[in-house]
Design a protein around this ligand. Structure first.
Ligand code: ATP
Length: 436
C-alpha cells in the first residue's frame, strides 16, 4: 500500500489487530479527554517501511503524564512517570510498552520560511528530532485517526533511502546524532545526504565528539554494535574519522577493522560451541581501546562503569597483552605448559580479544591451541587422593597440583591412574611407596 494523506490502509494491513485496537483506543480517549495524541518516530518510520517495530512512541499535547495516568485507569498495566522530562512509560499486562512524551516547543531555530499554520506544537516537537526519516507520524484522535504527518519531507527521504538532518547545527547541538546517522545508514542500507555529510564532517573537524561524555558515547556505540550490520557502521565510523573523534589517534585503522571482524568471528565461534560470552559489547570496546593511547584507555575505562572483577580483568589485560603477544611471537618451540603459563591469567572474553589481535599466524595458532585444547585440561586427582596417599596437607598440595597439571598438559597423562602414578613417583618416599 502506498502512503498518502491518511495511513489507515497501512495501519490496517501492516499492524497486528491488537496494536491497531490499542491505537484506536488511545485516540478515542485522547479525543474524549481533550488531548491530542500522535504516533511518531521509529514506530511510524518502520510502519511505512513495512518493518516490524512495535515499540510505540506517542507524543501528547499538552501533557503526556496526565493523559497516560487517565489511560492506565482504563487499560490497566503499570505506569512509570518521569516528571522532569514530561514522559511516561506504560507497560501493559501483555508486556507491550508504550512511551508517552509531552510535545515540546523549544527554542530551536525554526526556519522563517516555514509558514506557521495549525499543528505548531507537534511540528516544533518533530523539528527538534535527528533526521527527517524520524519526523514522520500520524494522528490518533478518533475523528482524524491515521492522518499522516510529514512536515519535513521525511517520506521522500525514506523512499530514497536518505539520512538528512533538519538544520545545519544539528550535529553541533547533539554530536551523538553523528553515531545515530551511521547506525541508521547501515541498518537500512541508506546514505547520508551530501549536505548532511558536510555538516557531520564539520562537527567532527570542530572536535564536537570529544565534548560528549564517554558514557553517552558508549551507549551509542553499544546500540551500533547490537545492530546486525554493526560492523558496517564501525567501518564507516573509521572511514569518516568518527572513531578518531571519539578515541583520539588510532594506531592502525586497517588493522582495527580486521580485528573487529575477527572479534565477531570468534564471538560467533564461541556461541556456536554454546560457550557463554559475557557482554559482547565490552569485548569490542576492549579491542578498540587496544588501538588507542593510554590516556583514552583510562578515560573510557572509567566511562564503562565496570564492576570490580571486570575492572581487574581489564587492568590485567591492558597491562599484559602486548608482552603476551610479543612473547608468543618467538618462533622457538613452546611446550604446551608454557603456552598455558603465558595465557592462563586472561579470562575467556579477553581470549577473544587476544585472538582478534593476533595477526601473526604463529601467535594465533598458539592461542587457538590454548583455547581449544589446553585450557580445558583439568587433573582428576584431588586433595583427598593426596591425603589417602599419606601426604601431609599444606602448601605442598597446591604445588603438587600445579606440577601435575603441567605434567598432564605436556605428557598427556591420560587417566587418573597415570596421574596417581606420577604423584607417587615424584612425591612419595621409598617407604611410603611400599605402603601405598
Ligand atoms: P530504534 O529503531 O533504534 O529504536 P528510534 O528511531 O525508535 O530507533 P529511539 O532512540 O527510540 O530511536 O528514539 C525515538 C525517537 O526520538 C527517534 O525516532 C528520534 O526522532 C528521536 N531521537 C532520539 N534520539 C535523538 C537525538 N539524539 N536527537 C534528536 N532526536 C532524537
Amino acid at each position: 500500500a502506498s502512503v498518502n494523506g491518511n495511513l489507515n490502509n497501512v495501519i490496517n494491513s501492516r499492524l497486528p489487530k491488537k496494536i491497531q485496537g490499542l491505537l484506536l483506543l488511545i485516540g478515542q480517549k485522547a479525543e474524549k479527554e481533550g488531548y491530542k495524541a500522535y504516533a511518531i518516530g521509529g514506530f511510524a518510520r518502520d510502519l511505512i517501511l513495512g518493518l516490524q517495530n512495535f515499540d510505540i512512541d506517542i507524543v501528547v499535547e499538552n501533557n503526556a503524564i496526565e493523559f497516560a495516568e487517565k489511560l492506565v485507569k482504563y487499560l490497566g498495566g503499570k505506569l512509570k512517570t518521569f516528571p522532569q522530562f514530561g514522559t511516561a512509560t506504560l507497560t501493559l499486562k501483555d508486556g507491550n510498552k508504550i512511551d508517552f512524551a509531552t510535545a515540546r516547543m523549544e527554542f530551536y531555530p525554526f526556519p522563517a520560511a516555514m509558514p506557521e499554520v495549525e499543528e505548531t506544537t507537534i511540528k516544533h516537537d518533530l523539528y527538534r528530532r535527528d533526521f527527517t526519516i524520524n519526523t514522520l507520524g500520524f494522528k490518533l484522535n478518533s475523528p482524524v485517526f491515521g492522518d499522516f504527518l510529514d512536515f519535513f519531507n521525511g517520506k521522500v527521504d525514506l523512499e530514497k533511502g536518505i539520512i538528512r538532518v533538519l538544520y545545519n547545527l544539528s550535529f553541533v547541538e547533539d554530536p551523538t546524532r553523528i553515531l545515530r546517522a551511521i547506525r541508521f545508514e547501515s541498518r537500512y542500507g541508506f546514505t547520508i545526504e551530501e549536505q548532511t555529510l558536510g555538516f557531520l564532517t564539520n562537527a567532527l573537524e570542530n572536535n564536537m565528539l570529544a565534548q560528549v561524555k564517554p558514557k553517552r558515547i558508549l551507549e551509542e556505540l553499544k546500540l551500533i554494535l547490537s545492530e546486525k550490520n554493526g560492523l558496517l557502521s564501525m567501518n564507516r565510523s573509521i572511514e569518516l574519522g568518527i572513531l578518531e573523534g571519539i578515541f583520539g589517534e588510532i594506531s592502525n585503522k586497517k588493522l582495527l577493522i580486521r580485528a573487529l571482524e575477527e572479534t565477531k568471528v570468534h564471538i560467533n565461534l564461541y556461541k556456536k560451541k554454546e560457550i557463554k560470552v559475557d557482554n559482547e559489547f565490552l569485548i569490542y570496546v576492549q579491542v578498540i581501546l587496544s588501538f588507542c593511547n593510554e590516556a583514552k584507555q583510562k578515560e573510557f575505562l572509567t566511562g564503562l562503569q565496570l564492576d570490580k572483577s571486570q575492572l581487574e580483568d581489564f587492568d590485567f589485560f591492558f597491562n599484559n597483552y602486548q608482552e603476551t603477544l610479543q612473547s608468543l611471537k618467538n618462533p622457538r618451540y613452546f611446550s604446551a605448559s608454557e603456552i598455558v603459563e603465558t595465557l592462563q591469567g586472561y579470562k575467556k572474553e579477553s581470549m577473544i580479544v587476544l585472538l582478534a589481535l593476533s595477526f601473526n599466524s604463529t601467535v594465533h595458532k598458539r592461542i587457538l591451541l590454548y583455547v581449544k585444547e589446553f585450557s580445558n585440561i583439568d587433573i582428576e586427582v584431588t586433595g583427598e587422593d593426596l591425603k589417602k596417599m599419606g601426604l601431609q596437607p599444606g602448601p605442598v598440595f597446591s604445588d603438587i597440583i600445579k606440577k601435575l597439571r603441567k605434567e598432564k598438559i605436556d605428557n598427556n597423562l591420560s587417566s587418573k591412574e597415570e596421574e596417581l602414578l606420577w604423584v607417587r613417583s615424584e612425591y612419595l618416599s621409598q617407604g611410603q611407596k611400599e605402603d601405598f
